[in-house]
Design a protein around this ligand. Structure first.
Ligand code: FE2
Length: 330
C-alpha cells in the first residue's frame, strides 16, 4: 500500500457517484457551515454539523494526516513478531488508558495520542518521525479549541432559548427562580461541575486498511462531549440523522468527494470536520427530557464506518471529554 494509494483513482471513483449518493449529498449540505455559532445551531438540531476550518487548521490536519498515514501504512502487513516489536516501542498504558499504536480489530490499526487541555501528554509515545509529533501537537490544540468554542456557542443558544421561553410563558416565581439558577450554573464551561482543563482527550488516527471483509466500525456513539472527525476522500463515515420520521444515514464524505470533481487535491484530507454530539453533551448542558425535545441534537450522534470501502481510509478524530468534579457536584 503506498502513501498515495487513495488518491490515484479518486477522480474516476467520484465521477461514478450514484443518484442515491447525490440525493444524500444534497440532504447533508444543509449542515455545512464556516463558523462555530452556525455549527452549534446545527448540532443542537441534528446532533452533527460539518464545519469548514480555516487554512491554518487545514494545514495542521493535512500534515498530521500525511505523517500518520505514513506511520500506520507501514504497520498494516507486519508479521506477529514485528507487531510485538511495534507495540513495545510505540504503545504505553497509563492509568488504564492505552496510548500510541494498537490494532483494535482485523479491519484497522490505530494510533492514539492523549491531550490534556490541548497539550500532548508528556508520556505519549510517538513514531520515529518528528514531524508526526510536531504536527499532532499543533493539531490537538486546534481541535480542542474548536470543540470548546463550539460548546460555548451551544451553551449561549440553550441559555437564550430558555430565557425567551421563560419570558414568554410567565411561569410562577418559584419555577422561574429554579430555572435561572440552573442557567447561571451552566453559563461557564470551566464552571463548578465539569472539569475540561485536566481531563485527558484522545486524538486518534484510524487507518481502515481495506484488506479485510470484516466490519470496519459498527454503529455506536462516542464517549465525550463533542467529537470531531476529519472528512477524507474515501467515503466511509456515516451519521444517523433523526430529522426524518424514521431517520436516515448520510455520508458526509460525499461532499468532499463531490468537490474533488472540480479540483484535484494532493492529499485525501479535506478542510472539513464533522462535529458530533457525544454521550456527555446532554449532561454538560444539563439537559432533561424537556430540553431534548427542544434540542434533539443533545442526544449523542449515532455513527458507523461503511463495511465496503473503495480504498484504505485514514480518519482523524478528537474527543473533547469532561469529568465531573465529585466534591462540588450538586
Ligand atoms: Fe466513533
Amino acid at each position: 500500500m503506498s502513501l498515495n494509494a487513495d488518491n490515484t483513482s479518486t477522480s474516476t471513483r467520484t465521477r461514478k457517484a450514484t443518484t442515491s449518493q447525490r440525493k444524500e449529498h444534497s440532504d447533508i449540505t444543509n449542515v455545512i457551515c464556516n463558523d462555530l455559532d452556525a455549527a452549534a445551531k446545527f448540532i443542537l438540531e441534528n446532533s452533527f454539523a460539518i464545519l469548514r476550518v480555516n487554512d491554518e487548521t487545514h494545514k495542521a490536519l493535512t500534515n498530521s494526516w500525511i505523517a500518520a498515514k505514513y506511520f500506520l501504512t507501514s504497520k498494516v502487513d507486519q508479521s506477529p513478531r514485528q507487531e510485538a516489536t511495534t507495540k513495545s516501542k510505540y504503545r504505553r498504558i497509563r492509568n488504564g488508558a492505552l496510548m500510541g499504536y494498537n490494532r483494535p480489530s482485523e479491519t484497522k490499526v490505530l494510533f492514539r495520542s492523549m491531550f490534556v487541555n490541548g497539550e500532548p501528554d508528556p508520556a505519549q509515545p510517538w513514531g520515529d518521525d518528528e514531524a508526526f509529533k510536531v504536527s499532532s501537537s499543533l493539531l490537538g490544540q486546534h481541535l480542542h479549541s474548536i470543540l470548546l468554542g463550539c460548546l460555548e456557542e451551544m451553551m449561549k443558544l440553550v441559555k437564550e432559548r430558555n430565557h425567551t421561553e421563560v419570558k414568554g410563558r410567565q411561569p410562577d416565581r418559584h419555577a422561574s427562580a429554579k430555572k435561572k439558577r440552573k442557567l447561571d450554573h451552566s453559563n461557564s464551561i470551566n464552571g463548578l461541575d465539569f472539569d475540561f482543563d485536566s481531563t485527558p482527550c484522545p486524538l486518534d488516527y484510524f487507518l481502515y486498511h481495506n484488506q479485510s471483509d470484516g466490519v470496519n466500525c459498527s454503529e455506536h456513539v462516542d464517549r465525550g462531549v463533542l467529537i470531531c472527525i476529519s472528512l477524507t476522500n474515501v467515503a466511509g463515515l456515516e451519521v444517523f440523522s433523526n430529522d426524518a420520521e424514521d431517520g436516515n444515514w448520510s455520508c458526509p464524505e460525499h461532499i468532499f468527494i463531490n468537490e474533488q470533481l472540480y479540483q484535484e487535491r494532493e492529499v485525501g484530507c479535506s478542510n472539513m470536520l464533522c462535529i458530533l454530539s457525544g454521550d456527555q453533551l446532554k449532561k454538560v448542558l444539563q439537559g432533561d427530557d424537556n430540553m431534548t425535545t427542544q434540542f434533539r441534537g443533545l442526544n449523542a450522534c449515532i455513527h458507523r464506518v461503511k463495511r465496503k470501502l473503495s480504498a484504505a481510509r485514514l480518519s482523524i478524530s478528537y474527543e473533547l471529554r469532561a469529568s465531573v468534579r465529585e466534591n462540588e457536584k450538586k
